[in-house]
Ligand binder design. Structure first.
Ligand code: NAG
Ligand code: NAG
Ligand code: NAG
Ligand code: NAG
Length: 302
């Protein structure tokens, strides 16, 4: 009997589950499939990974070679993420708390890719974002599900959307409300000065494949500041889900492999509070997403 060699190989093909980029103990940078320690699905706790050769946005292979992880980097180098899309006001409770009308269409804004940051490095706050006289530094946290594009998408339907997605990460849409709203102009605030500074978009700790997360609208999402829980919700409460966002954004703008979409934050941010306690130098913010993990970054005045 004759067997095709290709067919014999097929059952051995393994899908990557948690794409990570990391520095190993030899000081070099690698891409791998994170090996989770038992009892956790937080890829930030992984201490080793199976090396991946090739390009995770194209053809790649998972090898049997295991390397220790010394430090996790952002899952893709900044310059491979050509466009960072972000969504405003995408959870009803957050909008109501901040006295924002629930939008009829997704609210899109962009961050420059220089805003991207690793899952563990400091979040730099330059002098212009610190308190100046009577203009208070109003730094706020926003935890978000992040979508990573795998295929070029233009004018695609909601049904086609998830097939164009590589996987999901958790991200922190660091925000300064004073520059976003108070100094953001009339009649509408602006997002870019308030959210686009260098390092103001930590993400990771891994890109968890759509093989693992088949439905992105079922995940617990949370924030801790200095260990205290500040946001704790579910992605089921997104107004526009991942399929709708990807399809809508592709209406006339091409989404490219490696592009990321920060999909909006649930309620619990300081913007919604009558007596807000803004983030200050030294505060440690953990953003977390079920089955993905955590990014933990310190607000640092520079
Ligand atoms: C804040 O200070 C500036 C000058 O430094 C002043 O023009 C402005 O009126 C002050 N605003 C308030 C609300 O006190
Ligand atoms: C967009 O997709 C629709 C439905 O598939 C198709 O009819 C239309 O021609 C497409 N438009 C462009 C500009 O590709
Ligand atoms: C969020 O709430 C859920 C359900 O009440 C709870 O199981 C979970 O521990 C909470 N998460 C955090 C980070 O406190
Ligand atoms: C939202 O509006 C209500 C009613 O006007 C007010 O009590 C509350 O303080 C406002 N919230 C914020 C965050 O401005």
């Amino acid at each position: 009997m004759w067997f095709s060699p290709l067919l014999l190989l097929l059952p051995l093909a393994v899908n990557a589950q948690r794409f990570v980029r990391f520095i190993s103990t030899d000081g070099k940078e690698y891409t791998g499939d994170a090996i989770l320690p038992s009892g956790t699905s937080d890829a930030s706790k992984s201490t080793s990974a199976r090396l991946i050769t090739g390009d995770i946005l194209g053809d790649f292979q998972i090898t049997n070679q295991v390397k220790p992880i010394q430090k996790l980097l952002a899952p893709l180098p900044n310059e491979r993420v050509r466009t960072v899309r972000c969504v405003g006001f995408n959870y009803a409770a957050h909008d109501e708390g901040a006295n924002i009308t629930i939008p009829d269409f997704p609210i899109l804004f962009y961050k420059p890719f220089t805003a991207l940051n690793t899952p563990s490095d400091n979040i730099p706050v330059t002098a212009g974002y610190q308190t100046q006289g009577n203009f208070t530094s109003t730094m706020d946290y926003e935890t978000e599900l992040v979508v990573i594009m795998k295929k070029t998408a233009f004018n695609i339907s909601e049904d086609e959307a998830l097939d164009h997605v590589l996987g999901y990460s958790v991200g922190h849409d660091v925000s300064h409300r004073g520059w976003q709203i108070q100094r953001g102009g009339e009649p509408e605030p602006q997002f870019s000065m308030g959210k686009g500074a260098d390092g103001w978009a930590p993400w990771g700790p891994a890109i968890v494949s759509t093989n693992v997360i088949q439905d992105p609208q079922t995940l617990n999402i949370w924030t801790k500041v200095n260990g205290n829980v500040m946001q704790n919700d579910t992605t089921a409460n997104m107004i526009f889900g991942v399929k709708q966002l990807v399809s809508f954004f592709s209406m006339g703008i091409t989404l490219l492999p490696g592009d990321v979409i920060f999909t909006g934050t649930p309620s619990g941010v300081q913007l919604e509070k009558a007596d807000p306690v803004w983030l200050v130098n030294g505060d440690v913010v953990e953003v977390g997403l079920e089955n993905v993990g955590t990014c933990t970054n310190k607000i640092t005045y520079t």
